[in-house]
Design a protein around this ligand. Structure first.
Ligand code: 13P
Length: 236
């Protein structure tokens, strides 16, 4: 059983720790299922070691956008993916649907795989509206776009991110199964779907029992060398 291991290192670590993780990754024989998402300055450290991508990308192609990083810039460093619509970006940068659509369009046009994040808040989960919320998050961005079979979806319940809490295996299985059916029926695509939210060495073996999960988008534990190694070894 192989699961994809995507590591979103957020803004957790500096150069020395990144390099320690790069060295650790070199000791892993089969690295095909690993994709790392460091902060922009560290992208190239993963080159020729594992596939890598950015945690976000500009909604613009080129020009006077101080502080932003474009699709062609990450591509020129060898990135193959970019996260889009992470709940932290949606919230901290007030991302609109139009912004997310522009980012996904630019990525697809440049052959970079978008890792599109969706997920319900705690309030929405408690009201039993998870599916309604995530179908809406998908359709508001996907409707009218092309090449959607090249998108990877990451289901990350907002209340599970960084909290140590996760939905039950049955809930994750059912939600991801529903996401797969939804994109198949509506857009005719078989997208890869990851689970994210408090994935750690403590729960990886339990999560690995969920058939519908193609892999994980891992935050905190992807910045801690020994935790990442442990998770990778369970997912190879
Ligand atoms: P944690 O694994 O720290 O909960 O973060 C998940 C996440 O946001 C990955 O994108």
């Amino acid at each position: 059983m192989t699961k994809l291991v995507f590591g979103n290192q957020k803004m957790y670590i500096n150069k020395e720790e990144v390099l320690g993780i790069v060295e650790m990754l070199k000791t892993i024989e089969n690295r095909d299922n690993i994709v790392m998402f460091p902060s922009y300055p560290f992208l190239e450290y993963y080159k020729d070691v594992v596939r890598f991508g950015s945690q976000d990308v500009s909604a613009y192609l080129k020009g006077a956008y101080t502080g932003e990083v474009s699709v062609s810039q990450i591509k020129s460093l060898g990135a193959s993916c970019s996260i889009v619509g992470h709940s932290e970006c949606r919230k901290n940068h007030n991302e609109t649907i139009e912004t997310l659509r522009n980012k996904i369009t630019l990525l697809l046009e440049n052959d970079i795989t978008p890792v599109f994040c969706i997920g319900e808040s705690l309030e929405e989960y408690e009201k039993n509206t998870t599916l309604e919320v995530i179908y809406n998050q998908i359709s508001s961005v996907f409707d009218g776009l092309n090449n959607l079979d090249n998108v990877i979806i990451a289901y990350e319940p907002v209340w599970a991110i960084g909290t140590g809490k996760t939905p039950t295996n049955e809930e994750i299985d059912s939600t991801i199964g529903n996401i797969k059916n939804y994109v198949k029926d509506k857009y005719g695509v078989n997208d890869i779907v990851l689970y994210g939210g408090s994935v750690s060495p403590k729960n990886i073996e339990e999560l690995n029992k969920i058939d519908n999960v193609d892999g994980y988008l891992i935050g905190g534990s992807s910045s801690i060398k020994d935790e990442l190694k442990y998770i990778i070894e369970k997912c190879i």
